[in-house]
Design a protein around this ligand. Structure first.
Ligand code: LLP
Length: 464
């Protein structure tokens, strides 16, 4: 896919710093770069007050650079907006599948957020980061018995996805100490996003079919070992439309009313996540505030219309909290020109640290971080270093003339990059730093060659 930036020599990487031109206060999810991004007098990109090329000298390349300020502001905007627009209790929980690591869990918890986890590994990380069990929500469509046991032992809330799980949980706990659960239901709401990341339509592997809900409520009402607190739905990810979330309020309020018919008063309603971010200039997501207002007003009105007590309203954003807060910086290596066809420049990472382009055909922008004012005179395809022709990070990027050793930065890599990273080709996963007011602290160590062998076993029969 071709970049929408014309090959205009007047334009330099600096133009990515310009805000999209809205009058209301922008949310981090509406910007291409982190809130603190600026250009210093060396003509270098700075994030969190740290010079990006210098960070690479200190921590190595490639490097994930996470801007603490952007993540904090996004957390605060979600929290404040829910408090402003919803008269009942509310809770924002971070969908940690976007990037689950100790430092990120600890940072969002400090901002007063709870957490959504989807595996024993994510739950374990959240626990070690000190996130209280009563604001930890355990999702997933195929939790193992061990994972359910772990959830019960920690006392976190379990978002039950299917009958097998419901029945297993009913047997695991006892009436004296019932397990707090929510029920995940497929809302049957269509929205426009990539097929792989749509979850709300009826043909989805997640959640109970709405037709089964009467039977599910009946089962729950007869099992005192289950403390059914509420219902959950999630309609998809990277969504810019507001209507699907407005419709969701009414659909979910109907479920609360249905539960009443089975003697269940549900006190929690979790509307999932899904707000999109700006990866390119043509992406125009609503602000966090606008999204929150839509969700809150929809739930409020739907409950008032049905005379329902206001449930605690929960939302679980991932991408829109952390996506724009991070950039990945790479070093340029080899270059190749296929005459009349295309020029390639290769970086020292690729599909192993950012699998989104090859998985979803996601489009990213790139900046030359060590010469921010240089004119964008070239059309270059930014390739990864993996033995795979499809390992292309960006097709037809606009960049200045490059030399080996140049530092490029790809914005919008905070969500679903490190969390989906791999060791393909035995490439060690990069380090990550948290940048704040001119200080950078390591939050993930770079993998070493020894780390790559950590799980390998050489059987006696092959040794020697
Ligand atoms: N809640 C549930 C139950 C989810 O399944 C998800 C995302 C979220 C919340 C958070 O959604 P968000 O606010 O981040 O849109 N790997 C894909 C995205 C997969 C999303 C999975 N579920 C990507 O790179 O685009």
């Amino acid at each position: 896919m071709v970049s929408t930036v014309p090959p205009n020599v007047e334009i330099s990487s600096r133009h990515y710093l310009e805000p999209p031109g809205q009058s209301e206060a922008v949310s981090p999810n509406q910007l291409l770069l982190p809130l603190t991004a600026t250009v210093n007098d060396q003509d270098h990109l700075e994030v969190g007050g740290c010079d990006v090329p210098l960070l690479l000298e200190r921590f190595g390349s490639p490097l994930y650079i996470l801007d603490a300020e952007s993540l904090r502001v996004a957390c605060q905007q979600y929290r404040d907006s829910f408090q402003r627009y919803y008269p009942g209790e509310s809770l924002v929980i971070y969908a940690s599948k976007a990037w689950n690591t100790l430092a990120v869990c600890a940072l969002v918890a400090r901002e007063g957020l709870g957490i959504d986890v989807v595996s024993a590994g994510e739950l374990y990380t959240a626990q070690i980061a000190g996130i209280p069990a009563d604001i930890t929500y355990f999702h997933g469509n195929n939790k193992s018995r061990e994972e359910l046991e772990m959830a019960v032992a920690t006392g976190c809330r379990v978002v039950v996805d299917n009958w097998l799980e419901l029945k297993t949980l009913a047997n695991l706990a006892d009436g004296a100490d019932p397990t707090p659960i929510l029920l995940r239901v497929t809302p049957g709401i269509e929205c426009h996003t990539h097929e792989y990341i749509r979850t709300g339509h009826i043909d989805s592997k997640f959640g109970f079919d709405p037709d089964q809900l009467e039977a599910v409520f009946e089962f729950v009402s007869q099992h005192p070992s289950l403390n059914c607190l509420g219902v959950h739905a999630h309609i998809g990810s990277q969504i810019f439309e507001l209507n699907p979330h407005a419709d969701l309020g009414g659909v979910m309020a109907n479920w609360l009313a249905m539960a009443q018919g089975h003697g269940l008063t549900l006190s929690e309603l979790d509307v999932g996540g899904g707000l999109g971010i700006r990866y390119t200039e043509s992406d125009d997501p609503p602000s966090i505030d606008t999204w929150a207002k839509t969700v809150c007003e929809a739930v409020l009105m739907a409950c008032q219309q049905r005379n329902l007590p206001l449930p605690k309203l929960i939302c679980e954003p991932g991408r829109s909290l952390i996506g724009t807060a991070c950039i990945t910086a790479y070093t340029i290596g080899s270059q190749k020109t296929v005459p009349g066809i295309r020029s390639y420049a290769a970086v020292d990472g690729g599909m192993s640290d950012n699998p989104r382009p090859i998985t979803y055909q996601s489009i990213y922008r790139v900046l030359l971080a060590n010469r921010m004012s240089a004119p964008l005179s070239e059309t270059v395809t930014l390739a990864g270093k993996h033995c795979e022709s499809g390992d292309i990070l960006i097709n037809n990027a606009q960049l200045p003339e490059l030399v080996p050793g140049d530092v490029v930065a790809i914005p919008g890599t905070g969500a679903y990059n490190y969390s989906m990273a791999s060791n393909y080709n035995r490439v060690p996963r990069p380090a990550a730093v948290l940048a704040h007011q001119g200080e950078a602290e390591l939050i993930i160590r770079r993998e070493t060659l020894q780390d790559l062998l950590r799980q390998d076993c050489l059987p006696e029969s092959l040794n020697g």
